[in-house]
Every structure is written in C-alpha cells, then in structure tokens.
Design a protein around this ligand. Sequence first.
Ligand SMILES: [Zn+2]
Length: 200
Amino acid sequence: MQLIFYTTVSPEEYSCQGKDFPFPEPAFCPHCRIKVPPQKHGFFVRNVITADFSGRIFIRRYYCQYCRTTISCLPSFCLPYFQYTVDLIFTGIRLVLGSNFSLRGCLKFLKERCRHLYWDISHLQFYLRRFLARLSAIKLGLRQLLPRVQLPEEMLVKRVGAQKVLRLITTGFAHIQSFSARFYEALGYAFMAPLPNILA
Ligand SMILES: [Zn+2]
C-alpha cells in the first residue's frame, strides 16, 4: 500500500538528496494498525516530471511483519499512477475548467512554462475526464476534510459543479499537494484514482 506524505521540497531537491532524504518513518502500520513501526524495506525508483524537472526519484518502502504488507511513502508532489506532478495536472484542470482556456490554449500556456511537457490534446482530455468522473468522490473527500463546507448540488451542467469544487479546493487548502495528501489519508485512494480503486 501507499502513503502520501506532505513535503514542501521540490521534486528536483528531493531527487538531489537521493537516499539521504529525511523520509518519514511511520510509527505504526497503516494497514493492520499494530503499534509497531514497520521495518525499512529498501526503495523503488519512480519517474517524476514537473515544469522544470524530469527524472527518477527514490521512493522509501517499509514492511510490516505482522500483516506482511509493503508500504511505499510517496512525496506529496507525486500522484499515484501519474508521472506528471499533481501541481502540473491540477494546473491544467484549473486552466480549462476554472479559467475557460481552450484545450489548445491551455497546452500552449503550459508548454511555454514547462520544458518537459509533452502532452497533446488527448493527455489533457484524459485528466479532465478523470477529474469530472471523480467529482462525487472529491465532494465526499471535501466533506470529510472541511466539515462545514457548502458543496454544490448535483448539477445538470457538470462543468459548473466542477468549477465550484475547484474553488473549494483552492480556497480550502494552502496547496494542491496538501489537498491531495490529506484526501489520500482520509479516503485511502487518490483523488485522481481510476474507478476500480475507489471502494466508497
Ligand atoms: Zn501491518
């Protein structure tokens, strides 16, 4: 299983520190919750791509001897299943759904700022479709994380509901990484996770 830990360190800094990065050490296994720290269990290597960095990073793993689960600790700039960082993907979603950029306009805007961005229209469409398909799950997460939140009603026009949800995320959390990490911790899956991983 995976944990997402919040960090303000950039992907580039994280990569430079390699195995010396001060990885969090879970006090207990998040799977069986036995109050014994899981043991260090090596690393795996993962790709990460953001505006000014593209490279491979070490992901710290732990092993729980009681339930035989391996736990991987992802830094919060990573989104499970995606090589591009959560910041970059969320910026694309916000530009199109929140700021009404066209798909081409959004790509042009991002590519002028991100030298490692090789998205085409279909990439962007994939992220947008995934976000829209996850709106109900994201609202469920917002209700847990922000108990007094006023959620938009189910709307006939999904885009309008999506815009309101985007505003709640950007106003309710200091950073998309903190939303992403807290959402994962509270619900046990990523806010952009594919459907089969969502059990709720
Ligand atoms: Zn365990």
